[in-house]
Design a protein around this ligand. Sequence first.
Ligand code: NDP
Ligand code: 8X3
Length: 253
Amino acid sequence: MRKTVLVTGATSGIGEATAIKFAEATNRLIITGRRKDRLHELAEHLVQEYGIDVLPLCFDVRDRKQVDKHLGHLPEDWCNIDILVNNAGLAAGLNHIDEGDRDDWDQMIDTNIKGLLYVTRAIAPGMVKRGSGHIINISSIAGKEVYENGAVYCGSKHAVDAISRGMRIDMVKHNIKVTNVAPGMTETEFSLVRFRGDKERAASVYSGVQPLTGEDIAKVIFYCATLPPHVCINDVVITPTAQAAAHYTFRKS
Ligand code: NDP
Ligand code: 8X3
């Protein structure tokens, strides 16, 4: 059956691949992100390629007012959201804690934790009212483990992991599923963003290893979202075969 699916951070990487995956199955999509051009290009592509209805909403998840403006007043035919994929997020920088950039910390915490909460707060009441829904939070292997130079990013993703568990308890009596998806190394724009556009440094993250792709994660998200109503995947960790832990990757030289 066709569902209405909201994917945050759909302008690249995992979010974009997830939007495409749900569009292939002719679901209706709300896609979000800050980069307006990309968002509208994707919306156009999805409409033309799959003949589905798409609502692109351009806003910053860190801005509570913008979140409420866009998601608190959805057009009537868009307000029954069946599946929320809380994907928008990022890592900024890679530093020891004593050298960390406080603007980076704010950006990660405000996006990965507070943005996810603001979006959820706008959408969950409708699911509660209807007594059904599925919230899929994109955490990370960094929400399961910590690594040198990653204290704040890992902290933000541990928070997502904990929030997913708490949400599941709060939502269980309302028949709402909550799934925490924790990807390992996935080649998207993630490293380019983390290293502020340094292409060489970003590429070095994936040297000698076949990383996951956004499409790999999208398939897992889609699988979790299409199980029978009585089945809920609580938590899933996905890594490339060559990655055994956050910082234990077998690289071919
Ligand atoms: P990308 O950089 O390719 O995509 C990130 C997406 O998040 C973009 O669409 C971006 O859109 C959006 N975004 C970032 N900040 C904001 C904001 N303030 N407001 C709205 N949207 C925002 O990276 P990935 O696809 O890899 O990342 C997606 C999620 O997956 C993130 O939560 C990330 O932490 C997580 N993840 C990634 C892994 C990886 O190795 N790549 C592994 C584990 C988890 P725009 O810039 O247009 O706003
Ligand atoms: C992204 C994966 O290992 O770079 O969440 O933190 S990692």
